[in-house]
Design a protein around this ligand. Structure first.
Ligand SMILES: CC(C)(COP(=O)(O)OP(=O)(O)OC[C@H]1O[C@@H](n2cnc3c(N)ncnc32)[C@H](O)[C@@H]1OP(=O)(O)O)[C@@H](O)C(=O)NCCC(=O)NCCS
Length: 139
């Protein structure tokens, strides 16, 4: 299987949004739109990692470093391409990116009932922190 991992470019935005509708978890919570993805690519080129096969997106992972911590979002693999190591490759690429910045710890928000994701995160060495909850405010 010939899969290329690369950062997203502005011309990928529409395909990325369509891919997330197909493959990602949590796209029904709003906020996924052209302007948001364009802003990400403009703010931090390379943060939106894509796995691409024959020109089609088959995987994604946002690997954002804010200067302090390393945050992972939109971990998704095409339903027909799961369990082929693409997710693991995306995580390894994200972690290599973080190490390049001097990042020390990566985190991800994972729904408690998303057992499919739990398998993949655990396989890559991530563990839940039971004592924390996410506090949010819309801006
Ligand atoms: C989570 C997800 C990205 C994993 O992608 P993937 O390409 O299938 O993962 P990999 O093939 O790299 O799997 C790596 C390891 O994770 C574990 N794993 C992955 N899927 C698994 C499953 N369905 N059952 C058991 N273990 C699983 C295995 O240990 C696997 O290694 P192995 O195949 O050598 O045993 C994919 O399942 C997905 O897109 N899920 C829907 C979106 C989602 O929920 N994303 C996470 C949001 S937090």
């Amino acid at each position: 299987m010939d899969i290329e991992l690369r950062g997203a470019a502005a011309e990928d935005v529409a395909a990325v949004l369509a891919f997330w509708q197909l493959a990602a978890e949590g796209t029904n919570r709003g906020g996924d739109d052209t302007a948001a993805v364009e802003a990400l690519i403009s703010r931090d080129p390379g943060a939106l990692l894509l796995a691409v096969r024959d020109g089609e997106i088959v995987g994604s992972l946002v690997a954002g470093f804010d200067g302090w911590r390393c945050h992972l979002y939109r971990f998704a693999v095409h339903p027909a391409r799961r369990r082929q190591g693409i997710g693991a490759r995306l995580l390894a690429a994200a972690e290599a990116r973080f190490r390049g910045f001097g990042g020390r710890r990566a985190d991800a928000m994972v729904l408690d009932d998303n057992t499919l994701a739990h398998h993949a995160w655990a396989a890559a060495g991530y563990v839940p922190q039971e004592e924390w909850r996410r506090w949010v405010k819309s801006l």
